[in-house]
Design a protein around this ligand. Structure first.
Ligand SMILES: [Zn+2]
Length: 408
């Protein structure tokens, strides 16, 4: 049994938004075995002196796309999956070294990538994946050029979506992802910003299809995450039983009671639009995408403020892809205009863990939880900025009891 002790630790409790007295945190193998001012120390334990720094749970980014490795998603669909995996591995490593010990992949990430991380071939966060995003024909996951009829006949292409129409096809699509071990199902409830043929303000899938998707996911004890911008699309998803709404930039008040009624989570992803907008300004994206981007950025901060005021469970998500991952911690900075540090930390720890259905196991420094721990130089409850400068302030990264960075 491997035992590591972090002594002289000030432990951050996200739910109460408080810091502890000086404690020791005992890690046995991959879990936290004990916490307290006076813990029993085995003679063969490795003792690390945290010297009064903050020990907090590893961060969770609940909306990521490490396997979307390029801006040219259409071209990427033709690339060998081995090549895409190599580039995804680099993205995953970057996330871990920013302090993210778990991520939820909501498009393109799958069992192979999760297994490569779990078995240590890639250094990366533990990966909760949904496989391909379910899209209707002409929906946000349909990247065919107008002249092309056939799409994704081999699942293991690098396409981000799978196209399914009608109740039997959507049921089969969910069952296929369940068969590959999906932790959740991702469905397009509306158009997207960057896809070629659809509109941000559209709705996608019939209610009958959405209910069938939710029913199939529930049968496998997993849940559905829905991509949507407007309340028109969000509300259809919530009524069908979707558990998390992704983006939601153009949401209005009509969605709030439905979130509450269904116990759903809100996952804004504001930083990705800022990242895309700077690329659009640099002439790297098509002109019509810049127009769509302006619409969703304008709405995003208002939607966040409304959700926060209403007390919705808000979860940290970034939606970054290709070469934009280095912005991953900037979502904290953007949201800090609306939310305080304790709220922001909860969004990336305890609330995210509830969304992932891993409450008590992830997002907490507690006995029995997985030993996903960060040592931070500074107090994130006083200044969220100390989380956004990992090169200077992130002194130790532990995932599942394994140390990936130690500058103590
Ligand atoms: Zn996304």
């Amino acid at each position: 049994m491997a035992i590591t002790i972090l002594k002289n630790a000030i432990v951050l409790d996200a739910d109460s938004g408080t810091m502890s007295e000086v404690q020791s945190v005992v890690v046995e193998n991959d879990r936290i075995a004990d916490i307290g001012p006076a813990v029993r120390v085995a003679s063969d334990a490795i003792v690390l002196d945290v010297a009064g720094r903050t020990v907090m749970p590893g961060l969770i980014d609940a909306h990521t796309h490490p396997a979307v490795v390029d801006h040219d998603i259409l071209a990427m669909a033709e690339w060998p999956p081995t090549y895409v995996a190599a580039r995804a591995g680099r993205a995953l490593e970057g996330m871990l070294f920013r302090g993210f010990t778990s991520i939820r992949d909501v498009g393109a990430g799958e069992v192979g990538l999760a297994r490569a991380v779990a078995e240590g071939y890639f250094a990366g966060p533990r990966l909760f994946y949904g496989g391909k995003q379910l899209s209707q024909t002409g929906g946000a996951g349909d990247w065919r050029p107008p002249s092309r009829r056939v799409y994704d006949d081999n699942y293991y292409t690098s396409a981000i979506g799978v196209i399914c129409d009608g109740v039997p096809e959507v049921r089969r699509a969910v069952r296929e992802e369940v068969r590959r071990g999906a932790h959740h199902i991702k469905v397009y409830l509306s158009g997207a910003v960057d896809s070629p043929s659809d509109r941000v303000d559209s709705t996608q899938f019939s209610m009958e299809e959405l209910r069938a998707i939710v029913e199939e996911a529930a049968a496998a004890n997993i849940y559905v995450a829905g991509h949507a911008y407007t309340s028109r699309a969000i509300n259809r998803g919530l009524e069908a039983g979707v558990r998390s709404i992704e983006h939601g930039n153009l949401m209005d008040e009509s969605s709030i009671p439905l979130f509450k009624q269904h116990g759903a989570f809100y996952v804004p992803t504001i930083v990705t639009y800022r990242g895309l907008a700077s690329r659009a300004r640099a002439g790297q994206l098509a002109a019509d995408i810049e127009v769509k981007l302006r619409e969703v950025i304008d709405g995003a901060m208002g939607a966040l403020a409304m959700a926060h005021a209403a007390g919705l469970p808000i979860v940290y998500g970034t939606d970054l892809f290709a070469d934009m991952h280095d912005l991953q911690l900037q979502e904290f900075v953007i949201r800090s205009e609306v939310q305080g540090p304790a709220d922001l930390i909860r969004s990336a720890t305890t609330t995210a863990a509830r969304l992932l259905q891993r409450e008590g196991e992830l997002g907490v420094v507690a006995r029995g939880a997985l030993a996903d721990l960060l040592v931070i130089d500074g107090d994130p409850l006083a200044d969220i900025g100390v989380l956004t400068t990992p090169a200077q302030t992130l002194k130790l990264i532990m995932k599942g009891g394994q140390i990936f960075k130690n500058e103590l």
